[in-house]
Design a protein around this ligand. Structure first.
Ligand code: 76R
Length: 266
């Protein structure tokens, strides 16, 4: 047994994008598709593994795994790449990131000052600050240790903050960045219940600065949120985006049939 490799804060998130080589499928041993489905099913019992079939040339399958132990994500990748269907599978893209609480979380002290400035005093102020601190602790815990629900659709894309001429996020002062993120959060919250986001940090871990995974029930909501948020100053002026991939949540068994690995049903 290898020792767990667990970050001091946050959980590692691994997105794997696999493409099926249909020319190889007829040469796979019997039961190869079932073997992949079994591997995925077993991992779903021991870690948070979300399985999607994807559309377009970028990939056929998106696996999103979240686990405290980086070594477990590595082992998952090895099993997928070593399964009996491996000869017909190519890992065409991947993304590694780490969940984060975010830099702009309001502290109890800041909240106290804000409330005091609004004229709240005495016991009322103490109670409100206490409740706020509790709410924030839950919020941060959800950010660092997400348990993502099984919504039907996913959209993944990487992004970075721009660093160009006058549009350099990293030369803005903290107050300005916090204001921009606050506005961003406000426009995002209009999608509560329709879109769930996991924004995990990847500076120093992968090509871009964040991996953005959106879960939704309705494809139109995914298009709508990304369009609408482009008008937020934080995105309009300061964001660069990578490729977008859309996934449909599937059970491992349905997945292998849908992407053409399992020919037994035909
Ligand atoms: O005031 C607040 O509560 C803000 C909370 C908040 C932060 C700090 C928040 C809320 N986000 C934050 C940080 Mn977000 N987010 C994205 C994208 O497509 C795009 O335009 C960008 C991709 C979407 C769709 C989205 C959605 N967010 C971030 C960061 C880190 C910035 C940093 O640290 O510098 C990035 C890169 C980012 C990107 N965001 C929300 C949403 C939604 C729907 C919300 C509101 C829901 C919620 O609070 O959970």
């Amino acid at each position: 047994m290898l020792e767990p490799v667990t970050p001091s804060e946050g959980w590692p998130v691994l997105h794997l994008f696999l493409t099926v080589d249909h020319g190889q499928v007829p040469h796979l041993p019997p039961g190869a598709a079932k073997d992949l489905a079994d591997v995925l099913g077993r991992w779903q019992e021991s870690t948070q593994l979300h399985v999607f079939s994807t559309l377009g040339h970028k990939s056929d399958v998106m696996l999103m795994a979240i686990d405290p132990d980086l070594g477990k994500l590595r082992a998952l990748q090895t099993e997928v790449q070593g399964c009996e269907a491996a000869a017909a599978l190519e890992l065409t893209w991947s993304y590694l990131s780490l969940t984060e609480a975010g830099e702009y979380v309001t502290t109890g002290e800041q909240y106290r000052e804000e409330m005091a400035a609004k004229g709240v005093t005495g016991e009322d102020l103490d109670t409100r600050v206490e409740q706020f601190v509790e709410r924030m602790a839950t919020y941060v815990d959800h950010k660092l240790h997400p348990q993502m629900p099984e919504w039907e659709l996913a959209c993944f894309y990487p992004m970075s903050h721009r660093r160009e001429g006058d549009d350099n996020w990293y030369s803005l002062d903290f107050t300005e960045r916090k204001r921009l993120m606050h506005d961003h959060g406000k426009s995002g919250r209009a999608y509560t219940g329709r879109v769930l986001q996991l924004v995990s940090g990847s500076t120093g871990l992968d090509e871009w600065e964040w991996g953005v995974t959106l879960f939704a029930h309705d494809l139109a909501d995914l298009k709508d949120i990304v369009y609408t948020m482009r008008y937020d100053e934080a995105s309009a002026r300061y964001a660069e985006f990578g490729d977008f991939v859309i996934g449909i949540r599937r059970s491992p068994t349905d997945l292998v049939a849908e992407v053409g690995l399992d020919r037994s049903g035909r």
